[in-house]
Design a protein around this ligand. Structure first.
Ligand code: DC
Length: 235
């Protein structure tokens, strides 16, 4: 076996972890990088959203961890990577569009605080990424799911900027902008302060602040980081 400077087998495809708060641009960045490298793009948040939707549709309390775990065990959540993001199937049904609605967004952040729910999700995410060749984005990918990921990027931006981006993506009346920013701040707070695997940058993550960067500039920076890693691996 050929071992290179990072003590990893040469030729093994990378695991790339992209973490950060909502609206920082993770999904766009992850899907562009995955497409370019021919890697799998996995949105961890979509799995929490799918469970949240199941809780909503079965009238299960977001606080009831045992009931949520029962739902998780009974559910078949699958992600099918596509050019424009993941297609998400819940028990065989395409729920990709429904997952973006505000009630699911809120609920996903609430169901994700429970340690057993997180353990279940993390195990599935590790399984999906175990062969390498994956760009996984979420909140705890570099800290918990793949603490030994080859590349860790923490993508952040000022809350007002992230809120405005979310508002622009959503084709809603201008009066709703303030509410969208407020919701985003609340979700951030919950994601960053939960006891179990809170959103935080891994100590060895490279921070990219996209507050005043264009998408192309963000992609360029991320690609530089990845190109260096690939070169070091002889890939
Ligand atoms: O990335 P997203 O907006 O689709 O994530 C929805 C919620 O899922 C987010 O508010 C918190 C949770 N989540 C998580 O706890 N850990 C992850 N790795 C990804 C998402």
């Amino acid at each position: 076996m050929v071992i290179n400077e990072s003590n990893q087998p040469a030729g093994k495809k990378l695991v790339i972890a992209i973490d950060g708060p909502a609206g920082a641009g993770k999904s766009t960045l992850a899907s562009r990088i995955a497409r370019k490298l021919g890697y799998l793009n996995i949105e961890a948040g979509a799995m929490y959203r799918a469970l949240a939707l199941k809780a909503i549709s079965t009238d299960t309390s977001f606080e009831d961890e045992p009931a949520l775990m029962e739902l998780a065990e009974q559910s078949n959540i699958s992600l099918e990577p596509r050019l424009d993001g993941n297609r998400v199937l819940l028990d065989g049904q395409n729920i990709s569009e429904r997952l973006r609605h505000q009630d699911v967004t809120d609920a996903a952040s609430k169901v994700s605080v429970h340690p057993r729910v997180r353990e279940w999700m993390v195990a599935k995410q590790r399984e999906m990424g175990q062969e390498g060749g994956v760009v996984m984005e979420g909140r705890d990918i570099g800290t918990k799911v793949f603490p030994h990921a080859d590349v860790k990027i923490f993508l952040d931006a000022a809350p007002e900027v992230r809120g405005s981006r979310r508002f622009q993506q959503q084709n809603v009346p201008p009066q709703q902008e303030a509410a969208i920013i407020r919701e985003l701040r609340e979700r951030d707070k919950r994601d960053r302060t939960r006891a179990n695997s809170p959103l935080e940058a891994a100590v060895d993550a490279v921070l990219i602040d996209s507050t005043s960067l264009s998408l192309d500039e963000v992609i360029e920076r991320a690609e530089d980081i990845i190109a260096n890693k690939l070169a070091a691996r002889g890939l």
